[in-house]
Ligand binder design. Structure first.
Ligand code: MBD
Ligand code: FE
Length: 284
């Protein structure tokens, strides 16, 4: 397969992620925020910045360097990437306080809606020569009473064996390694895919530049992204990681949880198989 001659650029994936976010928020993903909340939270954020400046005696050259960097984040379309990597995990932590069932994790910048619907036993759309270890991912969706949820949707997306996402990198077909799997009458699913690679924050954009300048490793462990939904149930946004995988204990996005780690085993046919069961709580 083709490799490095069409590496995605930070600006390219940033532009796509910004466009995708705008489309999602236009469809109601971003609610109006009340004036008193804006005042309370914006003031607290600013006070946090002021405190950092005082504590660390920030100088004029440092302030100007920060301003230059912030301008670049916007111009590079990297606000979705930056905010999802460094901020979203805390928003998820707050949301999780009222959540039962399967643990959640962050959505991240690379979800795309309206992917191909697939039966309960299916192969994710992939290239004929898709690289990576074949992986069978199987399990069951149940409710908090333990009853199977037939017709539940697993909206699954993942990076390829080079760590790139379709829709955010050139040369990957639209819809590659994305799909909506519908559970059978037992709430079961079995999807064939390939094991994703860890994700590296592009080092040619401002988010990656910050990581390099600060000496932070710009990596996320390999993961599958999932939305799990069914009528009458609260949707779960989560990610599943791989036991023993690189960066599992050093996720730059702080989005791993011990309950969200798969432990794939080699099957007789040589493929990896990982099982995971989801629990959906009733809609609030
Ligand atoms: C990813 O693949 C991701 O899942 C998140 C949360 C942020 C950046 C890239
Ligand atoms: Fe991801």
């Amino acid at each position: 397969m083709t490799t490095t001659e069409h590496k995605p650029t930070a600006a390219g994936s940033g532009a796509s992620a910004t466009e995708s976010f705008r489309r999602a928020s236009a469809q109601g993903g971003a609610a109006g925020v009340e004036a008193d909340r804006i005042s309370t939270v914006a003031r607290a954020v600013l006070e946090g910045v002021h405190a950092a400046i005082r504590t660390h005696q920030v100088t004029y050259p440092e302030f100007q360097a920060a301003k230059k960097w912030l301008i670049e984040v916007g111009e590079g379309g990297e606000w979705p990437l930056f905010l999802d990597v460094f901020v979203e995990h805390v928003v998820e932590e707050v949301a999780a306080r009222t959540q039962q069932g399967t643990k959640g994790s962050i959505l991240g910048p690379y979800y795309l809606p309206d992917q191909q619907r697939l039966p309960s036993a299916a192969t994710l759309p992939m290239r004929p020569d898709e690289a990576g270890a074949p992986l069978v991912f199987a399990g069951q969706v149940c409710d908090t009473a333990g009853d199977p949820v037939a017709g539940a949707e697993l909206d699954l997306w993942q990076a390829d064996e080079q760590g790139y996402y379709s829709g955010f990198a050139p040369d990957i077909p639209d819809g590659n390694l994305r799909g909506v799997i519908v559970t059978d009458d037992q709430g079961r699913f079995e999807v064939t895919t390939v094991r994703p690679a860890p994700y590296q924050i592009p080092t040619d954009g401002p988010t990656g530049t910050l990581c390099v300048a600060a000496g932070w490793e710009p990596w996320r462990p390999a993961h599958l992204h999932l939305l799990v939904r069914a009528p009458g149930h609260r949707q779960i946004t989560t990610q599943l990681y791989f036991q023993g995988g690189e960066w599992l204990d050093a996720d730059i996005a702080g989005a791993t949880k011990p309950e969200l780690v798969l432990d794939p085993q080699q099957q007789a046919d040589g493929r990896l198989r990982a099982e995971y069961d989801f629990v959906l709580e009733p809609a609030p």
